[in-house]
Ligand binder design. Structure first.
Ligand code: ATP
Ligand code: MG
Length: 429
């Protein structure tokens, strides 16, 4: 196929055999968030470029080199969203729903776009589920965000494979003092820093902490520590968070080098990381951004949130084989009808069953075929039972009920009794 008729590199189709696992993941998250009282918000996929520059920060990887930016036909610079927080903040401000200190606990799901080098766990269109909470400034809500992800890992069966890393970036004042100390220290080692870090030292010095360069990392071992520069407010907040995680029994490690790739964070930052996915180990990341709303033109409004990468988490479920049986089976019952009269009767019967069992996954064989070929299809569908309607069954107003997975002999069930019989045989997910 010519290249222009293929999908864009790093932008994937999610095929029918993969969607059940996606829906299992998204459905589990959605139910959990309902339970914790979060409400869904949906934002557009395209925003003015300025929105992301202002919020994420001009000197970040995302804005410097990862955004899909283009001119609209009328000359406006637009960008495919690289993340959700900026648009969410814009939306709450635009609609005034955080005004007067109103608490909002929001979540969203959808595609994000970053021009990165595609590889396992890293794509150019990827999907996130994000949470944002506005107007709660205490460590209790930071803890709630972490507690609910901990529950999610438990429900998905991947708790043992993820680790929580925590840090505090302090208030902007304490971060400013730390930045000065860090710059002063690194400047004395300037010639030994890698090129990227030399550049960052001028533009965004905290990001030097994030370097993958081993020599720079060695120098950083003796660098001043953020923890020593935290003011009382930030320190208390961080202690409060840790106490709550201890109370629930969630293990964590403090990672003083955790700074995150976006400029808007303050106080708490955290990442859930795994060693099961190779280099792309962060499955969920976030933190507090108390200054962001104001920076975007709103009244001072505390905020905290995180985003998780769906591709990486689905990969984890596959890698750890945490795929529940009922999601890999997409058909419960497969109805085979032989002859025109049986096909009509089968259609009517299927609709009656669906009236009574709305969650049943009942597939009606579309198209004729021999007995043999229909059974083959029934079996291949993964169904637990086949229903058979042929001349004999039509004459007796019954349906043949044939277990396909070795659960006993074929029986005849009266049409009127079919739904009740199915209800006893099939545990519905
Ligand atoms: P990384 O360090 O892996 O580049 P990040 O710090 O850029 O991640 P965030 O912006 O915090 O990531 O996004 C939150 C989550 O979204 C990540 O933890 C990851 O699970 C997922 N994610 C980010 N970028 C990608 C991508 N290009 N492809 C797939 N998932 C991604
Ligand atoms: Mg990144």
């Amino acid at each position: 196929m010519s290249k222009s008729l293929q999908a864009i590199r790093g932008m994937n189709d999610i095929l029918p055999e993969q969607t059940p696992l996606w829906r299992h993941f998204e459905g589990t998250v959605a139910r959990l968030l309902d339970n914790y009282g979060y409400k869904q918000i949906r934002m557009p996929i395209v925003e003015f470029t300025e929105l992301f520059k202002r919020s994420i920060g001009e000197v970040t990887d995302i804005v410097e080199k990862e955004m899909y930016t283009f001119d609209d036909r009328n000359g406006d610079s637009l960008t495919l969203r690289p993340e959700g927080t900026a648009a969410c903040v814009r939306a709450v401000l635009e609609h005034g729903i955080t005004g007067g200190g109103q608490v909002q606990k929001l979540w969203y799901v959808g595609p994000m776009f970053r021009h990165e080098r595609p590889q396992k766990g890293r794509y150019r269109q990827f999907h996130q589920i994000g949470l944002e909470v506005f107007n709660l400034d205490g460590p209790d809500i930071d803890a709630e965000l972490i507690v609910l992800t901990w529950r999610l890992w438990g429900e998905l069966g991947i708790r043992d494979a993820v680790k929580l890393e925590l840090n505090s970036l302090g208030t902007s004042e304490s971060r400013g003092r730390y930045r000065e100390a860090l710059v002063a220290f690194l400047s004395t080692h300037l010639d030994k820093l890698d090129e990227d870090s030399q550049r960052r030292l001028k533009t965004n010095p905290l990001r030097v902490l994030d370097t993958k360069n081993a020599d720079t990392q060695a120098i950083l071992a003796d660098a001043p520590k953020m923890a020593d520069y935290l003011d009382d407010e930030s320190r208390l907040h961080f202690e409060g968070l840790k106490a709550r995680l201890d109370a629930v029994g969630i293990p964590y490690v403090i990672n003083p080098k955790l700074v995150r790739g976006l400029d808007y964070y303050s106080k708490t930052v955290f990442e859930w990381v795994t060693d099961k996915l190779g280099a792309q180990g962060t499955v969920c990341a976030g933190g507090r951004y108390d200054g962001l709303v104001e920076q975007m033109g709103g009244k001072p409004t505390p905020g905290v949130g995180f985003a998780m990468g769906i591709e990486r988490l689905v990969l984890m479920l596959e890698t750890l084989e945490q795929i529940p049986e009922e999601i890999s089976r997409q058909v419960d019952v497969y109805l085979c009808a032989f002859g025109e009269a049986a096909e009509l009767a089968g259609l009517a019967l299927a609709e009656r069953v669906r009236d009574q069992l709305p969650n049943l996954r009942l597939q009606v064989n579309a198209g004729a075929g021999s007995f043999k070929s229909q059974f083959k299809k029934a079996d291949k569908s993964g169904a637990l039972y086949a229903l058979i309607l042929g001349d004999d069954e039509m004459a007796q107003q019954v349906v043949g009920f044939k277990p396909l997975r070795g659960q006993g002999e074929q029986q005849s069930i009266a049409w009127d009794a079919l739904a009740a019989h199915l209800a006893t045989c099939i545990v519905q997910g």
